[in-house]
Design a protein around this ligand. Structure first.
Ligand SMILES: [Zn+2]
Length: 513
């Protein structure tokens, strides 16, 4: 486990309000950050908003406000959403922040001085949706397939970054670091793209056409292309070049993105870093889309799922659980409220909720409402063995970003524990006082299992984890780590047990029409 862990989400473009895709990326980042903090790794978690460029200028004009006013409004929506989803980011960056503007100008000047930026003329088909020139290959039926509109032929003088110069280096780097871009399908996609000659990247826009951007340090008639500006946020956040955070967290950076922005992150960003004399990031982690009724969610299709509606309707933990459990990281997933309710009822209300409530009820009954003093022997405990196996599986799943597998492993343990209750029949043992010692050892073992479950689910469902710990009398301020999953010093004999409200009430179909 690394000593320091740096996790970023993309900085979200402020041309639209947050939807489930934004929520998913940010919740995954939050789960990773919480998990690494639990391990005692020094963790820095950054999210933020991307605020320059054509699209923002256009949207602001439509709304009849200045681009800055427009960006302030949407950025604030993102910023206020995250605490409601229990997101624990350490920093929120905006590309209109002064320190970011300085960093972008610093990098531009550095790359310009080293000779990797030149002035040239370029004519091409420009998509205002993509905010870039499209290649012939990308144009389908005279249209940009992503935006469904015809690109405009534009010819103008601009500044270019010699990206082509780094093509061979990048191919080589990706081949030598097979998990640089993961899952593998996205590495292969980038390599496939690099089979064709890489064009240089147009990194400026003339102010005659666009003013809303960062002025180039070497020509005040131009602003910076929005991607060259936005990607640099990942090092601005660490106070590049002299900040302690930069020394501590770079290059051990984990970027998390959705697949639509693979090209800027997989090609532009590493070559920009190389040109600026900065080591590449450690991993680019790429996830798929949340679809709704098999088509991509989009404002124009009117099938956008609003994260706060779901949270309000079903609770935050259930929402976080569903997103993490139902999407195989890297693949697309279909969102359906029906599937959500089914998981909530089976995994959360039935498997987990019932386990907690019946264990607490029985221990209160058989152990005078307190954590019992037990002669329990760890080495004899099947639950202990199962818990250790689960921890190993959870660790492996986090290491290769298969977070759904971590949840599957935890639920296997929950089911082993449920089965243990059925097999041991504490209610039968409770009928005869001669069985008291045996009964107490079983109840103690079950409380230990709840302790393990609470710790294991805490990165995913922090509120439910807290409620379980409270019910088994564990002081929440106690520093809990994965190593303490089955440690006996967490539960304190004699501490009172409390029966809480149902963790996950069942949703009946009638309520959910
Ligand atoms: Zn486009």
């Amino acid at each position: 486990m690394p000593k320091s862990f740096y996790i970023t989400t993309p900085i979200y473009y402020v041309n639209a309000s947050p939807h489930i895709g934004h929520a998913y990326t940010t919740i995954v980042a939050d789960v990773l950050a919480r998990y690494h903090r639990m391990y005692g790794a020094e963790t820095f978690f950054v999210t933020g908003t991307d605020e320059h460029g054509d699209k923002i200028a256009e949207a602001a004009q439509k709304a009849g406000v200045t681009p800055q006013e427009y960006a302030d409004k949407i950025s604030a929506q993102f910023r206020s959403l995250w605490p409601e989803l229990s997101i624990t980011n350490d920093y929120f960056i905006r590309t209109t922040d002064t320190n970011h503007i300085e960093t972008v100008r610093n990098i531009l000047q550095k790359v310009y001085d080293s000779g990797d930026i030149y002035f040239g003329s370029y004519g091409g088909n420009y998509c205002f949706g993509c905010e870039r020139f499209l290649t012939e290959k990308e144009i389908v039926d005279n249209k940009c397939p992503e935006h469904g509109r015809e690109p405009q032929y534009i010819e103008e003088k601009n500044y270019f970054f010699k990206m082509s110069k780094y093509q061979d280096w990048l191919i080589d780097y990706i081949k030598k670091h097979p998990d640089f871009i993961r899952p593998e399908r996205y590495k292969n996609e980038v390599l496939a793209f690099l089979r064709d000659p890489l064009d240089d990247l147009c990194i400026s826009r003339p102010k005659t056409r666009l003013q809303w951007g960062i002025t180039l340090p070497f020509d005040e008639n131009y602003v910076t292309y929005v991607w060259f500006d936005a990607l640099i946020n990942y090092i601005t956040a660490l106070n590049y070049p002299h900040g302690d955070k930069f020394k501590k967290f770079w290059p051990a950076a984990q970027h998390l993105i959705a697949k639509d922005i693979l090209k800027p992150h997989g090609i532009y960003w590493p070559t920009m870093l190389k040109a600026a004399g900065i080591e590449p990031y450690r991993h680019l982690n790429v996830h798929g889309y949340w679809n709704s009724d098999q088509s991509k969610m989009s404002k124009s299709l009117g099938n956008v799922v609003r994260p706060l509606d779901l949270k309000d309707k079903y609770g935050l933990d259930a929402f976080r659980y569903f997103l993490l459990r139902d999407m195989v990281f890297g693949l697309d997933s279909n969102f359906s409220e029906e599937a959500f309710v089914k998981r909530l009822n089976s995994d959360l209300a039935n498997d987990l909720g019932n386990l907690v409530s019946r264990t607490i009820t029985m221990t209160i009954k058989y152990c005078d409402g307190k954590v019992p003093q037990s002669n329990y022997k760890k080495k004899d405990s099947v639950l202990h063995k199962a818990a250790l196996k689960t921890v190993a599986e959870v660790e492996a799943s986090f290491n290769d970003m298969s977070l759904h597998k971590a949840l599957i492993a935890i639920w296997n343990f929950i089911n082993v524990t449920n089965k243990y209750i059925v097999e041991k029949e504490p209610w039968t043992l409770g009928k005869d006082p001669a069985n008291r010692e045996k009964l107490i050892a079983i109840m103690y073992d079950l409380l230990m299992a709840l302790q393990a479950i609470a710790i294991l689910i805490s990165p995913f469902m922090p509120q439910a984890a807290g409620k379980i710990l409270q019910q088994i009398g564990v002081d929440e301020s106690k520093k809990l780590t994965l190593a303490s999953v089955y440690k006996e010093n967490v539960l304190t004999a004699g501490n009172p047990l409390t029966r809480g409200e149902s963790l996950f009430p069942r949703i009946s179909r009638e309520n959910n029409s």
